[in-house]
Design a protein around this ligand. Structure first.
Ligand code: GLY
Ligand code: MN
Ligand code: MN
Length: 439
């Protein structure tokens, strides 16, 4: 768990980087699914990053002074309500929330529209997450207009609306020791879930039965949810990059690609493993698999401080391009296959993304038009793959195979730490594990 004082420190750090003004950060809205049923509530990542508060219907306001020092942290949340709590469960209410979450002030969310124009009066700027939610943006403008209505009494209106992301994304990009501890645990649970999937998979099962094993492993270790919809893709389904139906039969001779990770206390893990349904790689499967594994090793080897964000991707593409030539999937020299983009027939996505509170986490990939250098604390995925759909000029023994291998990696002072090593990865490890899985 992230200690509460870390959330206050983040708010203070944010305020010290703001010019004089007021930041307004709501949590996510509850979403109706159908009828009276809601989607499971998930707090907004920015709001949670600054508060640790998990209830719906809450807004954080930070009033920052230009001297960079003083700032006022105000939480709006649901009031205590004995009747509603019988139906929906515990809620903190402003008084307890102020104590527990160490904000300066806390008020009922019902008072938001009344208080915001007062808080924005005579302030030069409003900071918000522009474009996140059109209805929310309109509400912010409504408060500014309310201030404007008082301008004849000498009150000044905020002259600027600034996007808070420029400051917050950069903060979120660098994970603290405490964040890395949570991410290690999320990675461990997710790695164990992949191991369990390998142990439970049998020919004749359905993809959803394997998905159930993953979800079971997530929940029984306290992860609140999957971090994204799991992909459990047997055979040709692995060539559909965002396949989520997960309802086909698993056949002898097919590979199974699983992309699944849990969310623990807000932090995501994101792991992909690919293994044979019957526990033994065929020769063609092994060729493709070992190629992707070599590409991943080359990419992980490039994850160190000072290297460009693009270095792992370039390394993976070079290994894959050479392999595609060696396996008869591409023709010509490595430079030509890379230069022409011919390799993209089999590898059409990039090799990773930032990872954190969001599975595709906040943070710029370029600075001043250049790929940014990797720095300690950044956390990313390394996920090369190879997807072969049937085509005239493609050797048929590779048709309908999809392989991806994805690990989560934190940049350290000297290199990197692979967070997801609990999930078996080499051909020998996978075959050994699956051979001993019993009937
Ligand atoms: N699971 C999402 C991704 O790999 O980017
Ligand atoms: Mn990923
Ligand atoms: Mn993934």
């Amino acid at each position: 768990m992230i200690p509460i004082k870390s959330f206050s420190e983040r708010r203070r750090l944010l305020a010290s980087q703001m010019q004089k003004g007021v930041a307004v950060i709501p949590t996510a809205a509850e979403q109706l699914r159908n009828g009276d049923a809601h989607f499971p509530f998930r707090f907004d990542s920015y709001f949670y990053y600054l508060t640790g508060f998990r209830e719906p219907e809450a807004v954080l306001v930070i009033v920052a002074d230009s001297d960079g020092g003083g700032s006022r942290h105000i939480l709006f949340c649901r009031e205590k309500d004995t009747e509603r709590e019988i139906w929906d469960g515990f809620r903190y209410g402003p008084d307890a929330a102020r104590e527990v979450f160490k904000v300066d002030e806390a008020y009922s969310i019902a008072g938001l529209d009344e208080m915001l124009p007062e808080l924005l009066a005579d302030q030069p700027a409003v900071y918000c997450l522009l474009g996140n939610d059109a209805a929310w943006d309109a509400r912010v403008i409504g408060w500014i207009n309310r201030v404007r209505q008082q301008s004849r009494s000498g009150i000044t209106v905020p002259a600027e609306i600034r996007d808070l992301r420029f400051l917050l994304d950069e903060m979120r990009l660098f994970k603290s020791r405490e964040e890395l501890q949570v991410m290690r645990r999320a990675a461990r649970i997710s790695g164990d879930a992949h191991r369990r999937a390998m142990q439970k998979t049998r020919p004749g099962m359905s993809e959803y039965e394997v998905e159930a094993e993953l979800l079971c492993e997530f929940r029984r270790h306290g992860a609140q949810a999957p971090a994204y919809t799991p992909i459990v893709a047997g055979g040709a389904n692995a060539c559909v990059l965002h396949y989520v139906e997960n309802n086909a039969r698993l056949n002898v001779g097919d590979l199974l690609l699983i992309d699944a990770g849990c969310e623990l206390d807000g932090y995501a893990a994101d792991i992909t493993r690919t293994f044979p349904v019957d526990g033994k790689f065929s020769s063609a499967q092994s060729d493709l698999y070992q190629l992707v594994l070599a590409a991943q090793a080359a990419a992980i080897n490039e994850v160190r401080p000072g290297n460009s964000w693009d270095a792992p991707h370039s390394a993976a593409v070079r290994v894959l391009a050479q392999g595609f030539i060696d396996l008869g999937l591409c023709l010509g020299s490595v430079d030509k296959v890379i230069g022409s983009g011919d390799y993209k027939r089999f590898y059409m996505h990039r090799t990773g993304h930032w990872l954190g509170l969001d599975v595709h986490d906040a943070g710029e990939y370029k600075q001043g038009g250049e790929w940014r250098p990797l720095q300690p604390g950044m956390t990313l995925t390394v996920e090369p793959g190879c997807y072969v759909s049937p085509a005239d000029n493609v050797p048929p023994h590779f048709w309908n195979m999809g392989v991806r291998i994805e690990d989560d990696v934190a940049v350290t002072e000297t290199g990197c730490e692979v967070l997801t090593s609990a999930a078996p990865k080499t051909v020998a490890e996978i075959e050994e594990l699956m051979q001993h899985r019993g009937k």
